[in-house]
Design a protein around this ligand. Structure first.
Ligand code: PMP
Length: 287
């Protein structure tokens, strides 16, 4: 059976799932999105993702033309329709068709799109051996320009950083904010382990407040590991005992080198491995 894409209540074959070239999502990146995982037919932290989508939409004055419950039902229907148990679900809400001008009030019907697919962000190798990353020159968006809390369709800030990482020969970048403090990666949040505690930048550092980040903090609490939100400099990264990234697609991935410096002893650390195991058990629970 071919893949089916949900657009505004209807399912289309992948090849026929199309929206207008006048959609402001395409013309201006005017819209919001979510990436969600399903593990064995259960949508992981669905409510939190739906809540964040609605918050992103409110922040850009975009009214999603259905209730949270209706959207929740549509997500589950899309999962069933595609017959996938383990899946990556991409929810997209665009501003809809408008004129060639910016004015969003000329767009009268937001498009709600649900794509159900699979994703492998990083090969398994990196989960065992760890990832090398670099800090990059592109500064994370300032919260008064485009708040990184908004998961908008405009990801150019992140893409520019990704290009810089690739140019440096690695596959992920650490972005700093305009004050030089660590913010996040292009599609993941960042944690370090120092003296047995987890440290991660606070929301005001200019980050997307990741749902996986929240799950990791819950798991840490369960394991009796303290987690704190604190400003981090590159120095703090370089002298950390361990480092890892979190995200819906990546889950938890160890980082073993930053800007050519080994982190800890250059191998995935014990707390990272413990949390990765707990995370996998937590998602297996949903199986
Ligand atoms: N930061 C950015 C910029 C992201 O795009 C994402 C999601 N891919 C994350 C962090 C992680 O968020 P979550 O755990 O909710 O997927």
């Amino acid at each position: 059976m071919g893949q089916k894409v949900y657009i505004n209540g209807e399912f289309f074959d992948k090849e026929d799932a199309k929206i207008s070239v006048y959609d402001h999502g395409l013309l201006y990146g005017d819209g919001v999105f979510e990436g969600i995982r399903a593990y064995n037919g259960k949508v992981f932290r669905c409510e939190q993702h739906v809540d964040r989508l609605y918050e992103s939409a409110r922040a850009i004055a975009l009214k999603i033309p259905m209730s949270k419950q209706e959207l929740n039902d549509a997500i589950h229907e899309a999962l069933r329709t595609n017959g996938l148990d383990d899946a990556y679900i991409r929810l997209v809400v665009t501003r809809g068709v408008g004129t060639l001008g910016l004015d969003p009030t000329k767009c009268h019907s937001p498009q709600v799109i649900i794509i159900v697919d699979t994703i492998l962000l990083y090969p398994e190798y990196y989960y065992e051996k760890g990832l090398e990353v670099v800090t990059v020159p592109t500064v994370r968006n300032h919260h008064n320009a485009l708040n990184p809390k908004i998961k908008s369709l405009n990801y150019l800030n992140n893409i520019l950083a990704k290009i810089e990482a690739l140019q440096a020969g690695v596959i992920e970048a650490i972005m700093l904010n305009k004050d030089g403090f660590v913010a996040e990666c292009t599609g993941d949040n960042i944690f370090i382990v120092s003296d047995g505690n987890l440290i991660t930048p606070a929301s005001h550092a200019g980050i997307l407040v990741g749902i996986t980040r929240g799950v990791v903090m819950e798991l840490a609490e369960e394991a009796g590991i303290k987690s704190v939100e604190q400003e981090l400099t590159r120095f703090d990264l370089y002298v950390a005992d361990e480092c890892f990234l979190t995200g819906t697609a990546a889950e938890i991935i160890p980082v073993i080198r930053i800007d050519s410096r080994d982190i800890g002893d250059g191998k995935p650390g014990p707390i990272t491995c413990q949390l990765l195991k707990m995370f996998r058990d937590e998602t297996k629970d949903k199986r």
